[in-house]
Write a protein that binds this ligand. Sequence first.
Ligand code: C5P
Length: 227
Amino acid sequence: MSDKLQIVTIDGPSGVGKSTVSRLLAQRLGYTYLDTGAMYRAVAYACKKTGIDPGDEKGVASILENFNIDLQPPAQPDADVRVYLNSEEITRFLRTPEIGMMASKVSTLPVVRKKLTYLQRQIGQQGKIVAEGRDTGTVVFPNASWKFYLDASPEERARRRTEQLEQKGMKVNQASILQQIIKRDRDDSTRSLAPLKPADDAVIIDSSRMSAEDVVKVMLSHITLSK
Ligand code: C5P
């Protein structure tokens, strides 16, 4: 344990409830919540704003030259992490299906993964972090003390994502959300760099029939056991 960092990693596919669980767990442990997906979404947002194609590596690299991102705790306990890009608050633009798909595209670029992994490790340096994403246990924090991989069926994830977006006042179609989830799963898990997969030493939790509270309880039982 001594060479391990006081870091919890929670990876898994989109719409599985990682954000809710990570937020709750971070509150219980008194740790900082690190939403790595928000950082990929911020790159996607910058592409959209500047009209740069998310697959254009040179163009995206130019965005990263002036990319000062600051993540701040949510305004309310159950809200999203607040994201500032070059001092502009962009939180409200990030959670759309369009930005999610663009984020998945930029996340395949080596230049993006290198930069964001570096920034995430800087944030994690002090420990006491709950990091959430696709590769936090495999690539970003391989020495994390506690690693979890959350899974649930695509149908259940589409249902939850639809509910979440509707609560934010967006009008969405569950069937197209399901198609996007299936596409994003495929893209995220088949890419050559940092693909979505459980770390060898991760505890795998299928949350299809569990509430967020139940998932947190299971995680806490592992964390307490190995502390
Ligand atoms: O988790 P979230 O849906 O916000 O992530 C958006 C996209 O960013 C994911 O579909 C994935 O392609 C990418 N991502 C990633 N590595 C992470 C976090 C997110 O590639 N650690």
